[in-house]
Design a protein around this ligand. Sequence first.
Ligand code: SAM
Ligand code: SF4
Length: 426
Amino acid sequence: MSVFTELSKMWLTRSTKPFIFENRFEERLYFINCKNLGLYIHIPFCESICSFCPYCKVKYNKELCDDYIDTLIDEIHLVGSSNCLVDNKSNLIHKKQVTSLYFGGGTPALVSDKIKEILDTVNKYFIITDGIGIELHPENVTVETLNTLKEAGITKISIGIQSFNNKYQSILGRKKVDTDKLSNALSQVRFETVSMDFIFALPNQTFEDLKRDIDTAISIGANHIAIYPFIDFSFTENKVNTMSKNQKRKLLDSITEYFDRNNFYRNSIWTFSKDKGVKYSSMTRDNFLGFGCSATTLLKDTFKVNTFSIEEYQNRVKSRNLPTSLTVYFTLRQRMIYYLFWTAYTTKVSESDFKDFFGISLNKMYGLELKLAQLLGFITKKDGIYRMTNKGAFYYHHYENFYTLAYIDKMWGIMKDKAFPERIEL
Ligand SMILES: C[S@@+](CC[C@H](N)C(=O)[O-])C[C@H]1O[C@@H](n2cnc3c(N)ncnc32)[C@H](O)[C@@H]1O
Ligand code: SF4
C-alpha cells in the first residue's frame, strides 16, 4: 500500500486502526431504519471473458446460471423476510422503501428472461421509488431483449461500449460494436436513461478519439456517458499498458471541457448527462443492500462482502444462512470517511445531509480539511454545499486510483481465490 494512502487514511480516521475485514456473518441485516437505501443484484455470467476485467464473473453456462438465479431469489427472501413486519397470518404489513435497484455483473442482460421473476421477488419486500437499472453488453442490445427488459420494469440501461474505435476494441480483446444495430434497437425501445460506458487512458488514446466516441454515443441514443480511467488490476491477465499521470490529466481536462462546452451536466466523478435528472449510478448511495456473489452491503455501521465463490454462495443460501464472506464493523470516523469518499463521487457533499446521517456537524469533524481543500482550489462552498472543482475532480480521480489499487485490488485478489478468507486488514 502506498505511504500516501496509508498516511491519509490515518489522518482522516484520526487513528492507526486499519479497516479490519473479519470472516463473520450476521443472522440478519438491520436495514429497516436506513434512509436512502439502495439495492444491488450481481449476475456473474458473461458470454466471453475480457482479460482486463476485475469483476466476479464466469463464462455463461445455462444450468449453472439457472441454479444461481434460484439461489439469488432465495437470498432475497431470506434478507427481505428477516426485516419485514408480518401479521398473524404471515401477510406482509410493511414494505421497505428503497431508492433504486441496479443489476450489475458480469452481464446481467444475459438473463433478461429471468429479470421479471427476480423483480417480483424484490417487490414483495421493497418499494422502489427511483427506477431500476441494468448493464448490457453491446451484443445484448436487440429489440427483443430491450422489450423483455422494459416489460419486466427496467427503466435505465447501461451499455459497455469501451470504444467505438476498432483499434482500442482489439487492444482490449473485444469485438467491433455494430452502431447501426444499436441505433436501430435504441430508437425502437426507449428508456429514461441510456448510458454508455467508455474506457479512457488506453495506450496513445487521444482527445479526438474520445470526442468521436462521445459524439457517436449521443447520435445513436445515449443521454448519459460514463468515462472510466483504465485500471490495471494485478490479479487479472491484463496486458494493456497504462498511461502516465500527466497524459491522463490532459486527456481528462479536455474531455471535461468538451462536456462543459456542450452543456452536459457532471453528475458524478466519471459520468456526464444531457439533463440534470438523467442518472445511472450504483455507487453513490448512502446505504445499500447487495444480493448475489461478491455483492457488497453498506449499512449504518457495517460493511459486508458476499463470497466470490458461486458454489459456496449457493451452499450458504441453501442452508438458509447469509452468504457473507467478510464484515467490517466501522468506528465512527471510519464510517464518516466511507460516507465522504462515496458521496464525493457525486462531486458534491452537503452539510445538512452529513448532519442528517451522523447527527454531528461536518465542519466540526472535518473543518480543517475542508478549509485546506478550499485554499488549494479543490472545492468551493455555496449554500451549505461543497462542490468539487475540475482540479479537485482530477485529484479525486487520482486518489481513487490509489484507493482502488491499495484496497480493492488487494481484497478482490484474495477473495477471487478464497471463498471465506480468515481476515483482511487494509
Ligand atoms: C460489468 S461491465 C459492463 C457490462 C458488460 N459486461 C460489458 O462488458 O459490456 C462494467 C464496466 O466496467 C468497466 N471496466 C471493466 N474493467 C475495467 C478496467 N480494468 N478499468 C476500467 N474500467 C473497467 C467497463 O467500462 C465496463 O463496461
Ligand atoms: S468487461 Fe463485461 S463482458 Fe468483459 S468480462 Fe467484464 S463483465 Fe464480462
